[in-house]
Design a protein around this ligand. Structure first.
Ligand SMILES: Cc1cc2nc3c(=O)[nH]c(=O)nc-3n(C[C@H](O)[C@H](O)[C@H](O)COP(=O)(O)OP(=O)(O)OC[C@H]3O[C@@H](n4cnc5c(N)ncnc54)[C@H](O)[C@@H]3O)c2cc1C
Length: 477
């Protein structure tokens, strides 16, 4: 690119890349600056354990990408991206030898959930069937004029509840209650807090509406396709350049920081109004992830073989066990039986490991910045539901909160969602205004997991920020 860029984007995660594409498509000259040597942020895949074993450093499961209005505008297939669906979106290991499987098809789910099948269908059916109208309402600022108020109310009424309350009110069986709690636990909050049910509702409706797919070859394939699409639009991507201050950057008409608020406060400094800078600097980060990646010499030997049908397995136990683990984490502690989110991608995508071999990862939630080890506790949880699992481990890599923060500065203290997603920080993410992407400093925007709709691979934070930039028309085009 010759000459001054119109837009500078700092951070080449999914949000930064999607924003760059949207603005470049409008004819702007765009440059993306990324600290790491490889673009992608939470979309990186490497042979982290042994040659031939492909491990996703962060995200693997992509219902949000498939449903994202931003991703739907991108023809990533022409850059080689292929999605693959496991037989079922998710399994919940309820007891040794007994898993509950969530089927994508609502009629099959109704059948599988027995006494709670009809209740599950009543809760999720209307939301899943209207997903194309509902999701655009949910994947932008919370404060907005709804286009489909009745539908939004249908979602919002149960969504306001604590997940544990909704599970107990809506369902009678241990199976459905635990399944719902496992979905809601992606909130990384105490499940007794209001609005945690929203996370379970969104992930459940996505399971039925689009499934929980994986990218063939690993999530790095999504990053490569986004980069190829960005470059096809003329975007220049500079890697290996950490931005510490706006003074490090060349002049541009607009700058989008695809980062978290504390980073934005430090980088933008006195280019921000003092009150806004203080508010961003006081942003609260949430609990962290503690993750173990494994190279395995065979599939995980689940006591209930049906567990292998899903790529994502929630471990588990009944709702009380899930809630106790998440409550402990929210109060600065861990339990001996943590709630574990496990992904076994190689049943659906064998290209990630040598023939007959497998990869897998699992994480549990720990307090932000936590320094202890959870490797033993995580592996004991898997062994509890899959006796003989430990004997299959050929190699492992452990990533603790400090490891996440070292690999990506946006994972502050190991927080993978860009800031705790409690009521205040979900509604005012990151600032209380109708356009939460536009900062007070002239020509400055924020668009990341720390902006609506929050964490996950959907690119909507970047997409919405790009819309705000284009509306402001800063380039004068
Ligand atoms: C273990 C784990 C599992 C996950 N699983 C899933 C999943 O299965 N599905 C899902 O949807 N989501 C998942 N997520 C969440 C998802 O990865 C994140 O929410 C998402 O990546 C956030 O996107 P982003 O673009 O806002 O930021 P990021 O992807 O974090 O990208 C930010 C980028 O900015 C760069 N950067 C930071 N500071 C600077 C600086 N000063 N100068 C220049 N560059 C900088 C970073 O290097 C990084 O590349 C997971 C996350 C983790 C950690």
């Amino acid at each position: 690119m010759s000459g001054t860029p119109d837009l500078l984007v700092v951070g080449a995660g999914p949000n930064g890349l999607v924003a760059a594409i949207r603005v470049a498509r409008a004819g702007w000259r765009v440059r993306v600056i990324e600290a790491a040597d490889v673009p992608g942020g939470g979309l990186r895949t490497t042979e982290a354990t042994l040659p031939g074993f492909l491990h996703d450093h962060c995200a693997t499961v992509h219902p949000l990408a498939l449903a994202s209005p931003a991703f739907r505008t991108l023809d990533l297939a022409r850059h080689g991206l292929r999605w693959v669906h496991p037989e079922a979106p998710v399994a919940h290991a309820l007891a040794p030898g007994r898993s509950v499987i969530l089927e994508q098809d609502l009629a099959a789910a109704r059948l599988a959930l027995g006494r709670d099948g009809a209740a599950w269908e009543r809760l999720f059916g209307p939301l899943a069937r209207e997903a194309d109208r509902l999701l655009p309402e949910l994947l932008g600022p919370v404060l907005h004029r709804p286009r489909h108020p009745v539908l939004l109310a249908r979602f919002g009424t149960p969504a306001l509840l604590p997940a544990t309350t909704l599970a107990r009110v809506a369902f009678r069986t241990d199976a459905a209650r635990a399944l719902f709690a496992g979905l809601a636990a992606h909130a990384i909050l105490d499940l007794g807090r209001p609005l945690t049910a929203a996370f379970g509702l969104v992930l459940g409706l996505l399971a039925h509406a689009v499934g929980w797919p994986l990218a063939v070859g690993g999530s790095g394939a999504i990053a490569r396709a986004l980069v190829a699409e960005a470059e096809a639009c003329g975007v220049e991507i500079v890697t290996g350049q950490r931005v510490a201050s706006l003074r490090d950057l060349p002049p541009a008409r607009a700058t989008l920081l695809a980062l978290t608020p504390r980073q934005v406060a430090a980088i933008a400094g006195d280019r921000l109004p003092a009150g806004e800078r203080d508010r961003l600097a006081a942003w609260r980060h949430g609990p962290a992830a503690y993750k173990v990646d494994w190279a395995l010499d065979g599939p995980i030997p689940w006591a209930d073989p049906a567990t292998a049908r899903a790529a994502t397995v929630h471990i588990g136990g009944p709702i009380g066990e899930v809630a106790a683990s998440e409550r402990a984490m929210a109060h600065g502690r861990v339990t001996g039986r943590p709630f574990v989110l496990l992904v076994q991608p190689t049943h659906a995508d064998p290209s990630r490991a040598p023939a007959g071999r497998h990869v897998g990862w699992a994480y549990c939630h720990v307090p932000n910045g936590w320094t202890g080890s959870m490797q033993e506790a995580i592996e004991a949880q898997v062994e509890r539901f899959a006796p003989g699992f430990r004997d299959r481990i050929l190699g492992r890599v452990v990533t603790d909160p400090a490891g996440f923060a070292a690999g990506n500065e946006s994972y502050v203290g190991g927080d993978i969602n860009g800031g705790i997603q409690d009521i205040r920080q979900l509604v005012f993410r990151p600032l209380p205004r109708l356009d939460p992407y536009r900062l007070g400093g002239a020509g400055l925007w924020i668009g990341s997991a720390a902006t609506p709709p929050g964490g996950g691979i959907h690119g909507m934070g970047g997409w919405n920020a790009a819309g705000s930039i284009l509306r402001a028309g800063t380039a004068g085009r």
